[in-house]
Ligand binder design. Structure first.
Ligand code: SAH
Ligand code: SF4
Ligand code: F3S
Length: 434
C-alpha cells in the first residue's frame, strides 16, 4: 500500500508527518511521490495565515479527481484541529480529519470513514518514539507540545492546545537512540522551547530549558544541539549563559520579534518590550560575538502607526538579523485580534508597502554582512555531497549558515573547519582547512 503525504507549515508539522509515516510503515505503507498511485493521501495542514488555508480546499478537489478509486484522503494538522467536522461538510471526498494534537491516532483513524479526531485536551506528549525519521545526520525531536501563550494574532494555542513538556527520560532515551543511528545534530522542537519544564502530564523532577540542554549535551555522539522556537520573554540570563557556554549548543538562534514597537507588542500580548528585546540581543552578541540571529516579524498588526513601524525598522537596524521571515498580518479565527474586526485595521496597501520596505532594508543589511564573512572560519557539519562535473560538499555552520565546499567530496557527518572565500548570496563558499 502506498502513502502520499504533503506537509505544510512549521518544523512541528514536519516532525508530525515523520511520526505518521513511521506509524503507517508498521501498517504496511510505503511512501510515494505520485498521488495517482497512492492508497492513502494525507495533507498535514497549517492555519497560521489565511491564504494557505484557502488553498486547501482546491487542493482536496484536485486530489479527489486524481486519486485511484478507493483511495482515502485524510486531512491532518492545524487546520484539521480548528475546522474539524466542517472539513467533511465542505469536502465530501475527505475520509477523515485528524487534529495536530491527535497525530498518534493515525493508525486507528485510517480504518474509519468520516471520522473526526480533533480533541484539544488529548495528551499526545508521550509519543511512541520508535517511529521512522528522516535520519541522516540531523533529526527533529519534540520536547514539548502545545502553547500556553495567548498572542493576540495567533491560532496555534487553539490548534495545538495547552503546553505540556515531554519527560526528560523520554527525550534523553530518544536522543541516545538517534545518536546510535548516526545522528550528530538534534533540532529540539516546541512552540516555546525555553519554557520547558513548566508543566508535565505526570509528576516530574524540576528542570528548566537550560537544564535540559545540559542533560542532552552529555550524550555521546550528539555533537550539536539546535532548537526552535524560543520565546524572547523567557530569554533569562541563565538561558543565555547556557546557550553561550555549552560547546554543543549551536550558535544560531531564532528570536521572534513580531514587532519592534512596545505599544504593539503589548496589544499582541507578547509580554516583552522593545527595550527587553534589544537588551537580550545585545547580551547575546556580547556573549557570542558571531552568533546568528533569525526572526519573525508581522507587519500591519491592527493599530500599527508609521511610528510603530519605525520602531520595528529600528530593531532590524540594531540587531541586523541573519534571517528574516516577515508577513503581513492575517486575521485568524479563534484569536483575540480577529474579534477586533475593522478596529485599527491597516489597509492592505499600507501593510504591503511596509513589508516591502522591511524586506528591502533587510536585503541590504545581508549584503553588508556578507562582505564581513570573507576570510572568516566556520565549523561545518557535512550534510550533503554531489559528485560529477561540478562536485561539492555542503553543510551548515555552527551559526546556521549554509556553506558549500566546491570540488571536494567529504564524509557526511563530519564536522570540519572551513574558511570562507566567497558569498554567492544563497550560500557561503569555502574550503576545508586541513
Ligand atoms: N511560537 C512561535 C511562532 C509560531 S507561528 C513564536 O512565538 O514566535 C510562526 C510565525 O507565524 C509567528 O512567529 C508569526 O510571525 C507568524 N504568524 C502567526 N500568526 C500570524 C498571523 N495571524 N498573521 C501573520 N503572521 C502570523
Ligand atoms: Fe503563537 Fe505566541 Fe504561542 Fe508562538 S508563543 S505559538 S506566536 S501564541
Ligand atoms: Fe502552522 Fe500549526 Fe505550525 S498553524 S506554523 S503548522 S503549529
Amino acid at each position: 500500500m502506498k502513502l502520499y503525504i504533503e506537509t505544510l507549515g512549521c518544523a512541528m508539522n514536519m516532525r508530525d508527518s515523520e511520526h505518521m509515516i513511521g506509524e503507517l510503515k508498521k501498517q504496511g505503507y510505503r511512501a510515494t511521490d505520485d498521488v495517482k498511485e497512492a492508497d492513502l493521501i494525507l495533507i498535514n495542514t497549517c492555519s497560521v495565515r489565511e491564504k494557505p488555508e484557502r488553498k486547501l480546499f482546491s487542493e482536496i478537489g484536485q486530489f479527489a479527481r486524481l486519486k485511484k478509486p478507493g483511495a482515502k484522503i485524510g486531512i491532518c494538522g492545524c487546520t484539521a484541529s480548528h475546522m474539524g467536522e466542517e472539513i467533511l461538510k465542505k469536502a465530501p471526498s475527505v475520509n477523515f480529519v485528524l487534529g495536530a494534537r491527535n497525530i498518534s491516532k493515525i493508525s486507528e483513524i485510517i480504518h474509519k470513514d468520516k471520522a473526526v479526531e480533533v480533541s484539544i485536551d488529548y495528551d499526545d506528549s508521550t509519543y511512541v518514539f520508535d517511529t521512522a525519521r528522516n535520519t541522516g545526520v540531523k533529526a527533529l525531536l519534540n520536547i514539548s507540545i502545545g502553547c500556553d501563550k495567548k498572542c493576540a494574532y495567533c491560532i496555534v494555542p487553539h490548534t495545538r492546545g495547552k503546553e505540556i513538556s515531554i519527560p526528560l527520560d523520554l527525550i534523553v532515551s530518544e536522543a541516545r537512540k538517534l545518536a546510535s543511528k548516526g545522528v550528530k545534530e538534534l533540532m529540539l522542537l516546541g512552540q516555546n522551547v525555553n519554557n520547558y519544564g513548566v508543566r508535565f502530564s505526570t509528576p516530574h523532577q524540576r528542570i528548566n530549558f537550560a537544564g535540559l540542554l545540559r542533560e542532552i549535551s552529555q550524550i555521546d555522539g550528539i555533537e550539536r544541539i539546535r532548537f526552535t522556537s524560543p520565546h524572547p520573554l523567557h530569554m533569562d540570563d541563565e538561558f543565555l549563559e547556557e546557550f553561550a557556554s555549552n560547546p554543543k549548543v549551536c550558535k544560531s538562534i531564532h528570536m521572534p520579534l513580531q514587532s519592534g514597537s512596545t505599544k504593539i507588542l503589548k496589544s499582541m500580548r507578547r509580554g516583552y518590550s522593545k527595550e527587553w528585546f534589544l537588551n537580550r540581543a545585545s547580551k547575546l552578541k556580547s556573549l557570542v560575538p558571531n552568533v546568528g540571529i533569525g526572526t519573525d516579524i508581522i507587519v500591519g498588526f491592527p493599530g500599527e502607526s508609521e511610528e510603530d513601524f519605525a520602531d520595528t525598522m529600528d530593531v532590524l537596524e540594531e540587531v541586523g538579523f541573519d534571517t528574516l521571515y516577515s508577513f503581513v498580518y492575517s486575521p485568524r479565527p479563534h484569536t483575540e485580534s480577529y474579534d477586533w474586526g475593522e478596529n485599527g485595521k491597516i489597509p492592505q496597501e499600507v501593510a504591503s508597502e511596509r513589508l516591502a520596505r522591511l524586506q528591502n532594508r533587510h536585503k541590504e543589511i545581508l549584503k553588508e554582512k556578507a562582505k564581513q564573512e570573507i576570510g572568516s572560519y566556520h565549523r561545518v557539519l557535512i550534510e550533503n555531497t554531489k559528485t560529477g562535473l561540478e562536485s561539492f560538499s555542503e553543510g551548515r555552520s555552527d551559526n546556521g549558515k549554509l556553506v558549500k565546499i566546491p570540488g571536494e567530496i567529504l564524509t557526511i557527518g563530519e564536522i570540519l573547519d572551513v574558511q570562507i572565500s566567497e558569498n554567492d548570496g544563497g550560500s557561503l563558499i569555502g574550503r576545508w582547512v586541513r
